[in-house]
Design a protein around this ligand. Structure first.
Ligand code: B12
Length: 254
């Protein structure tokens, strides 16, 4: 069964695939998987490589490449889930790649229901680097993870033996907002202001300012670059403008 799922997923174009048991997945802050999918026993975790778009200084090209990867990964999520349900006799549920997320102003920071980095570590696909991303031993940091939960019992893979992070600190030094200064923790607000300048915090500030403005000032606000860019970000989803800790990591680039 494991071999069939592995061969099928690699055939779909995944760069690597690993298997974790639900019991072996530990999320420090998210809910137990059992509460999301009663009876879930295994997590099939895949990784897909980013292309060179992450190096582009042009944010439109960089984000367009990211959208391609996300679309590709979402297609694999669905095909893999279908394969598990149609061919393997299991139940399957795919995990959001990045969003939807439970966004709540009462929470100081956002935590996903299922943490894909922890799932990837549990599935033997890599280890946490200094950039707080999971580094794949061969592909490095430039990978996105996807996952499908299933009630099939599948033998989990072994964790990676060596952490591929060399501790070069390039990620810490090149982060434009110094969001990685504290080891093991990304400063959410610093990172999001640089990586999603037209994202949720900007949007909230915009509308709070709007509320106190005169009609003439409000007209100017609507005709501003901020509003136009926020409009676009609103239908793209999360629109990233920074990939430095990700694209600058030398692991897997030699
Ligand atoms: C919310 C979110 C964000 C937020 C918060 C960042 C964060 N660090 O979590 C923001 C918008 C800022 C963000 C930024 C980025 N993100 Co993001 N993000 C997510 C998302 C949707 C949820 C993550 C989450 O809930 N974080 C919760 C908090 C608690 O995480 P944290 O504060 O960093 O705490 C973590 C550490 O303590 C770590 N940890 C635990 N043990 C150890 C041990 C060691 C030694 C270390 C170093 C760390 C460590 O575990 C905690 C998480 O449980 C995931 C997808 C998913 N479902 O998992 C993608 C995800 C983590 N993001 C991803 C990426 C690529 C990025 C960016 C590069 C943006 C971009 N341009 O693409 C940056 C990188 C920022 C960074 N270096 O941390 C990828 C990472 C892939 C990889 N190779 O690891 C993911 C997995 C999406 C995916 N489908 O692949 N992201």
């Amino acid at each position: 069964m494991k071999q069939r799922i592995k061969e099928y997923s690699l055939g779909l174009g995944l760069d690597d695939v690993g298997f974790a048991s639900v019991a072996g997945y530990h999320s420090p802050q998210g809910p137990e998987i059992e509460t999301l999918f009663p009876g879930a026993r295994s997590i099939v975790v895949g990784c897909v490589r980013e292309m060179s778009h992450v190096e582009s200084p042009n944010p439109q090209l960089a984000m367009n490449g990211r959208l391609d990867v996300q679309e590709f990964a979402r297609g694999i999520n669905y095909k893999l889930s279908r394969f598990i349900e149609n061919e393997c006799g299991g139940r399957a549920m795919s995990v959001p790649l990045s969003y939807p997320l439970n966004l709540d102003p009462a929470q100081t920071r956002t935590v996903a229901d299922i943490l894909l980095r922890h799932a990837a570590v549990a599935a033997g696909l890599g280890a946490f680097g200094r950039n707080n991303l999971v580094l794949h031993p061969r592909l490095g940091a430039r990978v996105l993870f996807l996952a499908v939960l299933t009630d099939l019992a599948i033998e989990p893979d072994e964790p990676v033996k060596e952490n591929p992070c060399t501790g070069c600190n390039i990620c810490v030094e090149t982060c434009p907002s110094r969001a990685l200064d504290v080891e093991g923790q990304t400063d959410f607000m610093k990172c999001i202001m640089a990586s999603q300048p037209y994202g949720l915090p900007k949007n909230v500030m915009y509308w709070l300012q709007w509320a106190g403005r005169t009609p003439d000032e409000q007209k100017k606000m609507v005709l501003s670059k901020d509003f136009f860019m926020m409009y676009q970000a609103g239908f793209i989803g999360f629109q990233y403008f920074c990939y430095k800790c990700y694209a600058g990591c030398p692991v897997g680039r030699e």
